[in-house]
Design a protein around this ligand. Structure first.
Ligand SMILES: Cc1ncc(COP(=O)(O)O)c(C=O)c1O
Length: 466
């Protein structure tokens, strides 16, 4: 395991104290998603800088998940830390009804950086809350109640956001879902749900939206919501015709197009916003994660003029959060946005993303288990199979297999041991997500690919060649 030499040893937490922390972690916290039971010990993070973080035992990790796809500018960015300190001294919080300088400035900045495609912004504290607002805006604006979403999509875990999403594990615990949500298959070219192949498919998955609207009744549909690139659900990069086709259908039926940019926003795809890659104008976008790069929670919804204008008179938008437009969070977002531009991070994501994909193509060619490699900028996925010809997922035969019997969990553990953190999906999809901070260098990328390839060789030896 890589040790961070520059860290003073006194920062380490003694083993006796660590033991107590792990016991308390197991006793007092309800953990999100699927925690691994003891004796597995997830490293307790005590610090980080740039693309690296380190744990209580002094091990250092290269973070190819940007924590949760959000720490785009890397950890310990001085500009953002100074902005936090300054804002703390000036003004931390005012009621959401009260204007504050950072809130107003951020609203203007967002309108400018989205090139005036949108007219107004509403602030939240998270992506989930942003999605809830987007859904309500679409319903109130159109007077219709149905929202079409994507299977495999993820928009949050609350009732509305989970109902809009198509993530089975999340939906199961939200049953019965909120009425009025219908779903269509996502653009998953590697495993097309229509059994077709691009480009001969004629973008059936996008055109299926029109069929669905007709079957459900056009007068019942308020909007369509989709992540610009389905992220948590497997990093499904749509073909170039996908979003323009969706846009045309939304226009034809006068329904609101909502692009969830929580993950694809703020440079990750190589452009400032993901939708810019498809040259389209959504009616609403949802933002969070990269807007503050995790330095403090913030979410936002941006809407087009027509929707904004419809709330300019009574009945106004009867919706609020105590922390909507939190002054400190808005100041952090302003500083973070400066960092994106000053360091040209979208451009860096495009450049390093290309380099990474090239290097990964080599790994894919050398290994039988990597069936698909897809990505855009620094949002990349590797899909693992037992056999490239049959595309059988690289999963254990026993669905109740222990983590140490599951190839991708073992891959994740092997990488962690070597100082690289990679991302796994929920449930049993054998897809590795690579979403490093956008400040990544070619050297970091090469280091990660070498560790990853070593791990892939090991899991193939253990699980394929028995
Ligand atoms: C695309 C997308 N939308 C919405 C959300 C929910 O955001 P949050 O976790 O900030 O509530 C997420 C979170 O991962 C996401 O990836």
């Amino acid at each position: 395991m890589m040790k961070r030499k520059t860290r003073p040893p006194k920062e380490r937490i003694p083993e006796t104290e660590l033991k107590k922390l792990y016991a308390d972690n197991a006793s007092y916290l309800l953990h999100p998603w699927t925690p691994r039971p003891p004796p597995y010990e997830k490293p307790i993070i005590v610090g980080g800088e740039g693309v690296y973080y380190w744990d209580a035992r002094g091990n250092q990790y290269l973070d190819f998940m940007s924590q949760l796809y959000n720490v785009n500018i890397g950890m310990k960015n001085r500009k953002v830390i100074e902005a936090i300190k300054k804002q703390l001294e000036e003004l931390v919080y005012v009621s959401p009804y009260v204007p504050s300088v950072p809130k107003i400035r951020l609203a203007r900045r967002l309108i400018e950086i989205t090139k005036r495609v949108f007219r107004k912004t509403f602030f939240t504290s998270s992506g989930t809350e942003a999605v809830e607002v987007a859904i309500k805006l679409a319903k109130i604006y159109t007077g219709h109640f149905k929202i079409v979403g994507l299977w495999r999509g993820y928009h949050g875990s609350t009732y509305g956001s989970a109902s809009a999403g198509g993530y089975t594990d999340v939906r199961e615990q939200t049953e019965p879902p909120v009425p009025g949500f219908v779903h269509i298959p996502p653009p998953y070219c590697y495993r097309c749900y229509f059994g077709l192949e691009y480009p001969g498919c004629n973008i059936r998955c996008a055109k299926f939206l029109e069929d669905t609207i007709k079957w459900e009744g056009p007068d019942t549909i308020a909007g369509f919501i989709g992540e610009t690139i389905v992220g948590g659900g497997g990093i499904l990069v749509p073909p170039k015709e996908y979003w323009p086709t969706i846009r045309k259908i939304c226009n034809k039926y006068n329904i609101v197009q909502i692009n969830d940019e929580v993950m694809t926003g703020f440079g990750r795809t190589g452009k400032m916003f993901g939708y810019e890659n498809w040259n389209i104008k959504p009616d609403i976008i949802t933002l969070a994660k990269g807007i503050t790069s995790g330095y403090i929670p913030l979410g936002a919804i941006m809407m087009c003029k027509e929707i904004a204008d419809s709330f300019a008179h009574p009945p106004y938008f009867m919706h609020s959060y105590t922390y909507s437009g939190h002054a400190l969070a808005c100041a952090v977002a302003l500083a973070t946005i400066d960092v994106y531009y000053e360091k040209k991070l979208p451009e860096n994501a495009a450049k390093i993303g290309k380099h990474l994909i090239e290097a990964l193509k080599g790994v894919q060619e050398r290994h039988e288990s990597i069936g698909d490699l897809r990505g855009m900028g620094l949002i990349i996925a590797l899909e693992f199979v037992k056999d490239k010809a049959t595309k059988e997922p690289f999963l254990p035969a026993n669905p109740k297999a222990l983590p140490e019997e599951t190839p991708l969990t073992v891959l994740g553990d092997l990488c962690m041991k070597e100082g690289l953190r990679i991302g796994m999906g929920l449930g049993d999809d054998p897809i590795v997500r690579l979403c490093p901070p956008l400040i990544l260098t070619e050297e970091d990328a090469d280091k990660a690919v070498a560790i990853l390839e070593k791990g892939v060789s090991e899991i193939e030896k253990r699980f394929l060649k028995s």
